[in-house]
Write a protein that binds this ligand. Sequence first.
Ligand SMILES: [Zn+2]
Length: 363
Amino acid sequence: MLLVHAHPDDETINNGATMAKYVAEGAQVTLVTCTRGEEGEVLVPELAHLAAADGDGLGPHREGELAAAMAVLGVTDHRFLGGPGRFRDTGMLYDESGAATKPETIRPDTFWSADLLEAADLLVSIIREIRPQVLVTYDEHGGYGHPDHVQAHRVATYATSLAAAPSYRIDLGAPWAVQKVYWSASPRSVMAEALELAKKAGINFFDMESVEDLPFLIDDELVTTKVTARQHYDQKMAALRAHATQITEDGPFFALAGLDGSNAFADEYYRLVQGRAVRDAGDSLETDLFAGVQLDDDRLGDSDAVPPAQHQRMAEVSGDDAGSEAASAATTGAESRAANGTAKVATEGASVARNEGVARAVG
Ligand SMILES: [Zn+2]
């Protein structure tokens, strides 16, 4: 799977447990971070000198924080789009309504100023190299409005589309169609519950009175998928701590996370926006980002588009009305994923390149 994020720490906050879960299950997890987060606020007084307004040393420092966080989650393939420092953090302001928005001055080297096609091409290369079945990014508001998050959404969306086009820039690799695309989501009901819990415990959660103060929450009926990875929750919290300049140990995040019964950060939610959701019988939400994906490798285009027959086959397997048998067959989890991958590697000896592709794609 491939995750596209704007700044170091976004991946852990949004998808930390999900990433640790799929790494543990043997999937190849790749993180692309679009900027080094040079404009982030430095919440730790001892490190205040790193801030952009001061020494501007925050970018390299956060590279180190990200590496430490990924070590905790077990993610070995994490990259910056175009290399570290290619695109600079744009920074953000809060407007009068409290929504995140662009700063007044925007430097030409920022991610927001980047040419969309140029940035997308960098990601097309990565998509075609690692050939992910699943891609995770933000919604069109970038989750909460930060311009770099909005840009990450645009770049990821554009690149996914271009990567699949058979005739597009074959110098960037063989075409690859991502099967499922997800946007991270914070369901309104989940945050309302967490806020309630925080209030009862006397925790001031970023001065929020009610969920009405949070414009980025998603209506529950739009959420398709919930990844529960409680056994990786401690890893997520440890990875958050690795982003030390961004999150204070005695701050509201950890206070809320530490409460009994708080699931605020244990379960991670998604909206499936491309591909078909595959739910187990009786579940209202899909529980596995890989549910229904095909792991065979015949999607590698020579110069052919993904054959229509294959789309048809996918729809049959993963269709909502395909019944629980198909659904459970498609969601048998890690072992079968790993086993499929191994079997593929073993049986497709003809092409080393293809085998490498399978091994990379499924771990
Ligand atoms: Zn961010």
